[in-house]
Design a binder for this molecule. Structure first.
Ligand code: NAI
Length: 483
């Protein structure tokens, strides 16, 4: 009789939850338990309202939960019973101490590893699912080996490439699954065991085996390349505005080159999300630690352009509106870092809202998936300056009070002087802009940070429209140049 494989995943977040749900769906012969130290998070996974919004996730969880997919706070029991343990805990940027502002904070990872060592009574494969610095596996191995009481641990690196908003689709049909392991017979056997799990639904030629360090670095490299494309097109968008070129036309023409390709070339107010900035900073730190300052500076520039783009957007808003937004109502449409997610980590909306609040605007925010609590938390948190981590700028409570959160786009825009579109939610394309215009102060402005509205139509209604990287309205051209 073949023993049923048991999988346990530490960390029931944006990665652990969806990846494990899909493994459970595709591998009915495997028992999957997702555990977390956060009791409310596990309770939410066991309820009708899952803790994260992701298209298609509800259906997958409904089908497997209670069958071969379980969510629990009993970490020790499920870790000790598992054959394969995924570690998918958070790995944020360190905010203090050595490497503050850049290095990954491995506190959660280390405590997970120590707990695994403590409770294990049989051999285990431990899989790094979180994005970690290169060589983390070595550190984890040391913790496990030195505390193991003779148990055999194999460490694998299996970084996750899903994108929020399309996580289920990405997991069903991944471009590749990457598994790094030791080049020893035991390491190769562990790679095979994990590869057998994915082989339930992923074609063999998309499962790539590498050494540990290549797998760890590939995840950081992939995110750096992706973010770099956005910063590249955003840098071009500034030049387009200065010259009269249209960034959409330029991106289309550039992307037709098959060596470049058409995807991920949309100009915008900037990238966000929990990963791009964190992972690039992590890469920068590793380069610096390895005596490669030129390489570090090259990648740092990707983040600097992103900060520049967000500032440029705020400056454009303020300068267009007679150089002041003090006391003016500005509607913010969209707060999540991209559409189809409620995630606000590192969303450009935080910096844009803070920039406008800093100029004393009154802002009214609407996002279909982000709660008021979350928005207020994000806006009152100190801004973390990665480049100078010592200067933390607290937001004064009275300033934050100038931000209100409402439940539809029409009340957000009522009596507003301007609208900033900061997330590309589909519903924003189909708003009744005539109705919105009629209820706004004049001149009425739209600043489209995602280039999703039909600017010509809006101009016909009477709006002054700013789209990123597009030829400017004469109104905007006449306003003082933005930095
Ligand atoms: P998250 O913050 O949503 O989830 C992490 C979870 O781990 C939290 O629920 C936390 O309570 C739990 N946790 C922390 N310490 C623990 C411990 N010792 N034992 C058990 N649970 C513990 O984070 P998210 O977004 O899922 O990211 C996890 C990792 O995956 C990060 O390293 C991230 O860089 C990486 N990643 C994230 C992607 C994304 O789109 N969010 C995509 C690919 C990789």
């Amino acid at each position: 009789q073949v023993k049923m494989v048991k999988i346990c995943c530490l960390g029931a977040g944006y990665v652990g939850g969806p990846t494990m749900a899909v493994i459970a769906l595709k591998c009915p012969s495997i028992e999957v338990v997702v555990v977390d130290i956060s009791q409310p998070r596990i309770a939410a996974w066991n309820s009708d309202t899952l803790p994260i919004y992701e298209p298609g996730l509800d259906e997958v969880v409904k089908e497997c939960r209670g069958r071969n997919l379980f969510f629990s706070t009993d970490l020790e029991k499920h870790v000790s019973e598992a054959d394969i343990i995924f570690v998918s805990v958070n790995t944020p940027t360190k905010t203090r101490g050595l490497g503050a502002g850049k290095a990954a904070d491995l506190t959660y990872w280390e405590s997970a590893a120590r707990m695994i060592a403590d409770v294990s009574k049989s051999d285990k494969i431990v899989v790094e699912k979180s994005t970690v610095p290169v060589k983390t596996a070595e550190a984890i191995e040391k913790i496990l080996m030195h505390n193991s009481k003779g148990i055999n641990f194999q460490i694998l690196s299996n970084p996750e490439f899903l994108a929020e908003g399309t996580a289920i689709k990405d997991l069903f049909n991944p471009d590749r699954v990457l598994i790094g392991g030791r080049e020893t017979p035991a390491g190769q056997k562990a790679i095979q065991a994990l590869s057998d799990v994915y082989a339930h639904w992923v074609p063999q030629d998309r499962i790539i085996a590498t050494n540990l360090w290549s797998a760890e670095l590939s995840k950081l490299a992939a995110n750096a390349f992706l973010a770099q494309r956005i910063s590249s097109v955003n840098a071009m968008s500034a030049l387009c505005e200065a010259t009269g070129a249209d960034v959409a036309e330029v991106a289309h023409a550039v992307g037709k080159d098959t060596r470049i390709g058409p995807k991920f070339l949309n100009a915008s107010v900037g990238f966000g999300g929990s990963c791009f900035q964190k992972d690039i900073l992590n890469l920068v730190y590793i380069c610096e630690c390895n005596g490669l300052p030129e390489v570090a500076n090259y990648w740092k520039q990707v983040i600097k352009i992103n900060d520049y783009q967000k500032n440029r957007f705020v400056n454009r808003v303020v300068s267009s509106m007679f150089n002041t937004v003090s006391g003016k109502k500005i509607a913010i449409l969209g707060f999540a870092f991209k559409k189809d997610t409620g995630d606000t980590r590192e969303t450009p909306a935080i910096d844009v809202c803070k920039g406008l609040l800093g100029d004393k605007a009154k802002i009214s925010i609407y996002d279909p998936q982000v709660t008021e609590d979350q928005i207020q938390r994000d806006l009152s948190l100190n801004k973390f300056e990665w480049d100078h981590p010592v200067h933390l700028q607290p937001m004064s409570p009275t300033t934050v009070k100038q931000a209100s959160v409402v439940w539809d786009a029409y009340s957000a825009t009522k009596d507003a002087h301007g609208i900033c579109i900061l997330t590309e939610w589909d519903e924003f394309r189909n708003l009744d802009f005539q109705k919105i215009f009629d209820n706004m102060q004049k001149p009425a402005f739209v600043f489209d940070g995602r280039n999703i509205v039909d600017a010509e139509k809006l101009r016909e209604i009477g709006f002054i429209v700013y789209s990123i990287g597009k030829p400017l309205d004469s109104w905007l051209k006449d306003m003082p140049a933005v930095a």
